[in-house]
Design a protein around this ligand. Structure first.
Ligand SMILES: Nc1ncnc2c1ncn2[C@@H]1O[C@H](COP(=O)(O)OP(=O)(O)OP(=O)(O)O)[C@@H](O)[C@H]1O
Length: 223
């Protein structure tokens, strides 16, 4: 089988995001120490660990917003999708307009239909014509997640994207996100083992001293 376009190495064809011995310092203090992980297209890697462990810092390094103090990061060519706990929706636009913003001029009937069907699947169907301020915090987070997915990103960076959503809807939205990632790779930060298991098979568990190891998400409840 020929190597996929853009893949630097044949044996590496499935890996679209790779972190190799990535170290991060913040405020002169070591936060992450030699983190290594590979994520395939279509795979979500949950990022798990106590508050202050360096999860957001890791996402910022992958997004190119923070320079690592050591190691290297390779990201897939194509769009980046972001979803944060803090939703960053534009207050003066409707939900549907917010979701369609990243599509720019590509917005059309098909995009609108996809957006509406995603909103529905994430449990926020019927909010399309409302303004963000009229929604609950958990609803706004799900709208922001739909906005990140509607562009079919090559890489999704999600930082506690469902932290304000109740337990049942959170699990269902996490599972919906997984279904809609297509060939995208994703890093998904969460403090909730059930959410991690609904969205990913594997987790990067960041522990004290900024060291990380890969574990099955099924084991996070007892981690
Ligand atoms: N702008 C900054 N300048 C200096 N230190 C920072 C900065 N931002 C974060 N830190 C420190 O880096 C460490 C890791 O922070 P980070 O936000 O990555 O943790 P986290 O695992 O995402 O935490 P949480 O689960 O609470 O969101 C913390 O000790 C934090 O105090």
């Amino acid at each position: 089988m020929p190597a996929r376009e853009g893949s630097p190495k044949q044996q590496d064809a499935e890996t679209v995001l790779s972190l190799e011995r990535v170290s991060v310092e913040r405020g002169g203090r070591a936060v992450l120490s030699e983190v290594t992980a590979e994520v395939r297209g279509g795979e979500v890697l949950a990022v798990f660990g106590p508050s202050g462990a360096g999860k957001t810092s890791l996402l910022r390094v992958v997004a190119g917003l923070l320079a690592p103090s050591g190691g290297s990061v390779r990201t897939p060519p194509g769009r980046l999708g972001y979803a944060f706990a803090e939703h960053r929706l534009l207050p003066w636009r409707t939900v549907l307009q917010n979701v369609l913003i990243p599509l720019g001029r590509r917005e059309g009937r098909t995009a609108r239909e996809r957006a509406l069907s995603l909103l529905d699947e994430f449990g926020v169907g019927g909010t399309a014509d409302r303004r963000p301020a009229e929604l609950s915090g958990g609803m706004r987070q799900r709208v922001a997640l739909v906005r990140a997915l509607v562009v079919r990103p090559a890489l999704l960076l999600a930082d506690e994207p469902l932290s304000a959503v109740d337990r049942q809807a959170r699990r269902s939205a996490a599972a919906a996100a997984r279904r809609h990632l297509g060939g995208a790779a994703a890093l998904w930060v969460t403090h909730d083992p059930e959410e991690a298991a609904a969205v990913a098979e594997r987790a990067l568990l960041i522990g004290t001293g900024g060291r990380a190891r890969l574990v099955p998400t099924s084991r996070l409840g007892s981690a």
